[in-house]
Design a binder for this molecule. Structure first.
Ligand SMILES: Nc1nc2c(c(=O)[nH]1)N[C@H]1C(S)=C(S)[C@@H](COP(=O)(O)OP(=O)(O)OC[C@H]3O[C@@H](n4cnc5c(=O)[nH]c(N)nc54)[C@H](O)[C@@H]3O)O[C@H]1N2
Ligand SMILES: Nc1nc2c(c(=O)[nH]1)N[C@H]1C(S)=C(S)[C@@H](COP(=O)(O)OP(=O)(O)OC[C@H]3O[C@@H](n4cnc5c(=O)[nH]c(N)nc54)[C@H](O)[C@@H]3O)O[C@H]1N2
Ligand SMILES: [Mo]
Length: 738
């Protein structure tokens, strides 16, 4: 697997390209290639400050592309469903099986029985599997799919409610202008949030900014950069934020003029905060009981944040992937407004998404048609590709398994009989993997387009083997940080008989008699995509040079600051909300009439918080952050990355001792949904009462149903919050020695 690393021969080619992982970053990489083999990966070689530092995942790129367990040929199932036993077949046979089953299901049950499960794995423009498959099934008469961004629906909901926009970020250079950075549930050293975030954070600290981390874990960013770490019980951030507002109002530290000029509904929020609405004064003492933070610490934090100007409160998406997730992002944005930090250099707008308008590829949530009052009518950035979907019905992403198991009888929109899945590993990545096992065993037919034998692929009847990004050309962009654009340049010919999702869909279209599905070559498509996207044409003059260099960095005259124009000149630049203002009170939210989704941000108790009676049985709160050495479950098999960090459950020494657990002991973590088995990591880096299992380890139940892969979602809920966030950080568990 590791070829000789000599890269000096005259037969070695250098290909400048980028990965397409769903990690938010885009590292420009230089591949050294001989024949059809990547020998070596070099990082970006641009000088500072332009260099985009290459991460560990991209440095392991060759082991990903050339991994011996990659699917190289079409396969059909030979063992039992879910057993993972397959046999090589030809492409002709694979297409025949797929079309036979597709037609049979359509004729027997109608198009509504066809579920298309797409995902964000391959974040590039052309070979995007979800787009190709949805165009195909669209022309085949329609299908059922999912809505609700698996990742950030809480943050999307909050930003759209409060600001009417998801572009709530500043370019990272702006951190140089700040005096205080609060990393509120944000650990970019691990999940990077855009290449070079750490570089800019380090420079901000060197420049004198104080950095505070609020997180149940003393995470890597806190350990390397923070002046202070404040632990907090999961799901209680909103209570602390509300109490901070309480302090600010009582001590008159809030920016009344800012609130009067730019916001609406602050008084309603203040009534809630001060207890005029419900008789509960939301004091630091009140929040201390809920959050585990000291009242004095909350008071100090409120004063420091309100009086240090400018200050950047950086919330993200992890705490929002919870049972009342959107409240955290909304309340963060409200504090940003109360302190007058929105639209100001060195400040922040909150909202958790950090999107900026240059080079940024933010995937919009797939909104249920006609259901979501916050629908965005953005331009179709995919240029001339018609991606209007003839979607029959949509199911919330985190209820897919119930929708399959219960169908119409359970109130779901249709009876699903087949699933075609690509660019995701949902058995592993959405809530309740044991339910996924039951649901998928019930389907009549499953096709999975994949590179690797993932937990989801194991359930397939048919595997379409897909090329990696090294085997095709495309455009891609970083998702939260920018400002730059990247190119996927083909480095090697497709391995084995792999094809891209677009090729697979095109060949299926031909066999299904669908005309004009893919009229252009790859090169033609790329040119069309480029020319039809004003983002590219505005910033890039020379197409050929862009392709060759593999990256185009945009020199900004000044850092991007979200809502700079709205704040500088509100008369001429209203916020894109119904009121034209920052909506601390949202009429649209009020109209939903959903107590789980109130018009002002509120702390709401939920099932499986630590006050739930279930805590008597399962006293530990489980959080499931993103892994440093993988992108979710992708890269799981890569040896170099496996070596960097063992998959263990983080448990505080005190909780471990009470259970007679020693470091590295094999333990069972369990609740009513399932049991996982993995070694323990005893540490003071997580607060007592909370345990952490990084998401993405592959689900692998043994005969007794114990998940030996220790997938976090064996323990999580298949549920969603009032605003549609997937509930992945709100689970109670217990732990014992195996
Ligand atoms: N290496 C790597 N990078 C990635 C990814 C990856 O899989 N691997 N995934 C990418 C993707 S798709 C996304 S969406 C982003 C995800 O980015 P995030 O959503 O920000 O990442 P998480 O790891 O879920 O959570 C961030 C932090 O929140 C903390 N946390 C959890 N619950 C709570 C809470 O209730 N309160 C507080 N205060 N903190 C809490 C966790 O301990 C963690 O340190 O990362 C991207 N980057
Ligand atoms: N417990 C818990 N669960 C979580 C989260 C959490 O914080 N906690 N985070 C959630 C978040 S933010 C996200 S974004 C999701 C991610 O959920 P998924 O998108 O399901 O996760 P990945 O593990 O990235 O799976 C992507 C799969 O697509 C495959 N793939 C890559 N490129 C291509 C391609 O071009 N074509 C095809 N056909 N396949 C390809 C990869 O091999 C990989 O197996 O997970 C969510 N799940
Ligand atoms: Mo995500």
């Amino acid at each position: 697997m590791n070829p000789p690393e000599s890269d000096t021969g005259s037969d070695v080619r250098i290909v400048r390209t980028t990965s397409t992982y769903d990690c938010g970053g885009r590292c420009p990489i230089k591949l050294h290639v001989r024949g059809n083999q990547i020998l070596r990966v070099e990082g970006d070689d641009a000088p500072e400050p332009h260099q985009l530092r290459t991460c560990l995942r991209c440095r392991a790129y060759k082991q990903y592309v050339h991994h011996p367990e990659r699917f190289l040929y079409p396969q059909k199932r030979v063992g039992k469903r879910g057993e993972g036993k397959f046999e090589r077949i030809s492409w002709d046979e694979a297409y025949d099986i797929f079309i036979r089953e597709l037609n049979r299901i359509k004729e027997t049950y109608g198009n509504e029985a066809i579920l298309l499960a797409t995902g964000g794995a391959y974040l590039a423009s052309l070979h995007n599997g979800g787009l190709a498959a949805s165009r195909l099934l669209n022309q085949y008469g329609g299908y059922v799919t999912h809505y609700g961004n698996i990742s950030s629906e809480g943050a999307v909901w909050a930003s759209l409610t409060q600001y009417g926009s998801v572009m709530v970020g500043h370019s990272r250079e702006d951190m140089m202008n700040t005096r205080l950075i609060i990393l509120w549930g944000w650990d970019p050293a691990r999940m990077i949030s855009g290449t070079n975030t750490m570089y800019h954070l380090i420079r901000a600290r060197e420049n004198g900014a104080r950095i505070i981390a609020i997180d149940p874990r003393y995470h890597d960013t806190a350990a390397t950069l923070a002046h202070e770490w404040i632990p907090i019980y999961p799901g209680t951030d909103t209570a602390v934020m509300v109490a901070m507002a309480n302090v600010m109002i009582k001590e008159n530290l809030h920016d009344r003029q800012f609130l009067d000029t730019y916001t609406t509904g602050f008084d309603a929020f203040a009534d809630y905060v001060l207890g005029k609405e419900d008789g509960v004064d939301k004091t630091p003492a009140w929040a201390a009981e809920i959050s585990g933070m000291d009242a004095a610490v909350i008071e100090g934090l409120a004063r420091e944040y309100a009086t240090t100007k400018p200050a950047a409160l950086m919330d993200c998406q992890g705490p929002a992937r919870s049972a009342m997730g959107e409240q955290y992002n909304r309340c963060a944005s409200t504090l940003c407004a109360m302190t007058g930090n929105v639209g100001r250099s060195g400040g922040s707008a909150g909202g958790g998404l950090m999107g900026i308008p240059v080079g940024h590829m933010f995937r919009m949530s797939a909104i249920p048609p006609g259901k979501n009052p916050f629908e965005l009518d953005g331009p179709n950035v995919k240029g001339t590709l018609d991606i209007r979907l003839r979607v029959k019905k949509r199911i919330h992403i985190n209820t897919l398994w119930d929708a399959i198991l219960e169908g119409r009888d359970g109130g779901y929109p249709s009876d699903v009989k087949m699933m075609w899945s690509m660019c995701n590993n949902y058995v592993n990545q959405i809530g309740n993997s044991n339910k996924a096992d039951r649901a998928l065993k019930q389907l009549e037919f499953i096709a999975v387009s994949e590179l690797f034998p993932t937990a989801t692929a194991r359930y397939a009847d048919l595997i379409f083997p897909v090329t990696s990004a090294a085997e095709r050309n495309d455009f891609t962009r970083p998702w939260p940080s920018g400002p730059y654009f990247t190119v996927v340049n083909q480095a090697i010919n497709p391995l084995g008989e792999c094809k891209s999702d677009l090729e697979i869909a095109s060949e299926l279209a031909e066999r299904l008699g669908i005309k004009g599905f893919n009229p252009h070559s790859e090169e033609e498509w790329l040119k069309i995509l480029f020319e039809n996207n004003p983002e590219y044409t505005t910033h890039i003059d020379d197409y050929e040079a862009f392709r060759k260099k593999g990256v185009h960095r945009v020199d900004l005259p000044e850092p991007i600051v979200a809502f700079r124009d709205q704040i500088a000149d509100p008369e001429n630049n209203p916020f894109p909300t119904p009121s034209g203002r920052i909506e601390i009170y949202s009429r649209r939210a009020a109209d939903l009439n959903n107590p789980a989704c109130p018009p002002i941000p509120k702390y709401l108790p939920t099932a499986e918080d630590r006050f739930d009676s279930l805590a008597a049985q399962y006293p530990l709160q489980l959080i499931t952050p993103h892994p440093r050495n993988r992108v979710h479950s992708e890269l799981y098999l890569v040896p170099w990355l496996k070596e960097t960090e063992e998959h263990r459950v983080w448990i505080n020494t005190r909780d471990a001792k009470a259970r007679r657990i020693e470091d590295r002991d094999e333990v069972l973590v369990y609740n009513d949904r399932g049991t996982v088995s993995l070694p323990a990591f005893l540490t003071e880096r997580i607060m007592p009462g909370v345990v952490a299992i990084f998401e993405g380890s592959w689900y692998h139940p043994d005969e007794k149903g114990v998940d030996r892969g220790a997938c976090a979602n064996t323990l999580t809920r298949d549920d969603y919050s009032g605003g549609g966030a997937c509930v992945m950080n709100t689970s109670l568990v217990e732990i014992q020695k195996a």
